[in-house]
Each structure stands twice: as structure tokens, then as C-alpha cells.
Ligand binder design. Structure first.
Ligand code: THU
Length: 160
């Protein structure tokens, strides 16, 4: 038997340790939570994407009475960015979430479906997307979407 061990490095930071650019992106994600439409979960999520020209695109979760129709904050932002700025690479994503107007004590990490959507873009643009997960107790920082989604399935896996 052989073993494959997969490790991921996550930095855990306090707000004072963030760069100005990171602070700005996290602030945008926190602000975006205010636009979450979540009458069913009462959980408001905000995502902010930093584009290579330093534009910031935000998104929030959008729920629906037919539950599966709803969309996470990450994909709301991602698909807006790719629909409107298809040729602009994405440098980073920040995510924040709150419940009853209180930001979460621990970081919210993108769901599996959002990771799959994000990795498609990361692989296509050939440029890592930094991940910043905000919480009241600290910020998690990962270098790439790939580090959150080991054994990724992507376009290359379908080549003969
Ligand atoms: N949600 C997000 O928007 N992003 C995540 O990373 C996790 C979950 C949303 C979906 C739904 O509106 C609510 O949070 C509860 O799952």
C-alpha cells in the first residue's frame, strides 16, 4: 500500500496583521452581508472579489422559497464578475457572515459547490486566488482555492 498525504497551510491572523488591501477586501465582504436575502436561514453572507485591476466585486447570498434555487454569496459575486469582466483575473476572495446582526465567531468557509465554481476560474486563469475568511476571533488566509479543494476535478481530468 502507498499513502498520499495532503496538507493545507492556513494562516490565522488578527486584523492588525492584515495588509491594507486585505483589510479593504474584508471590509467589502462584511458590508456585502447587509445585502444578503436570507428570510429562511437568517444567515447573511457576503463575498468580495479583488480583480487584477484592483476593482472589487461583491455578492451576497440570495435565498428562495424554493430552497435549492437560492445562491451563495461566493457564486453570486463570481458569476457577476465573470459575466461582466470575463477577461479580468481574480486575485483574492474575502468572505464574511453574520447571524442576527452578529458576525460569526469562527470563519465561514465556501461550500463544496462554491469551491468547485471557484477552482474552475482559478485553473482557467492560471493565477491563484487568495482566500480570506473573516470572523470576530480571527481571519483565516489560504494561498489558493486549490488548497481548500484537494483532489480537484477539473477540465484536465477529462483529457484522454
Ligand atoms: N451560504 C453562503 O452564501 N456561502 C457559504 O459559504 C455558505 C452558505 C449561504 C447559503 C444560504 O443562503 C445560507 O448561507 C445558509 O446556508
Amino acid at each position: 500500500m502507498r499513502e498520499l498525504e495532503i496538507t493545507t497551510k492556513i494562516d490565522i491572523l488578527q486584523e492588525s496583521e492584515l495588509s491594507q488591501e486585505e483589510t479593504k477586501l474584508i471590509t467589502s465582504a462584511k458590508e456585502a452581508t447587509n445585502n444578503g436575502y436570507s428570510p429562511y436561514s437568517h444567515f447573511q453572507v457576503g463575498a468580495a472579489l479583488l480583480l487584477e485591476d484592483n476593482d472589487i466585486i461583491t455578492g451576497s447570498n440570495q435565498e428562495n422559497a424554493s430552497y435549492p434555487v437560492g445562491c451563495c454569496a461566493e457564486r453570486t459575486a463570481l458569476f457577476w464578475a465573470k459575466a461582466n469582466r470575463p477577461d479580468c483575473n481574480i486575485k483574492a476572495i474575502a468572505i464574511a457572515a453574520k447571524h442576527s446582526n452578529d458576525f460569526t465567531p469562527s470563519p465561514i468557509s465556501p461550500c463544496g459547490m462554491c469551491r468547485q465554481a471557484l477552482i474552475e476560474v482559478e485553473q482557467q486563469q492560471k493565477h491563484f486566488i487568495k482566500v480570506l475568511l473573516y470572523s470576530k476571533e480571527g481571519i483565516y488566509r489560504a494561498d489558493s482555492i486549490a488548497s481548500l479543494l484537494p483532489l480537484t476535478f477539473g477540465a484536465d481530468n477529462m483529457k484522454g
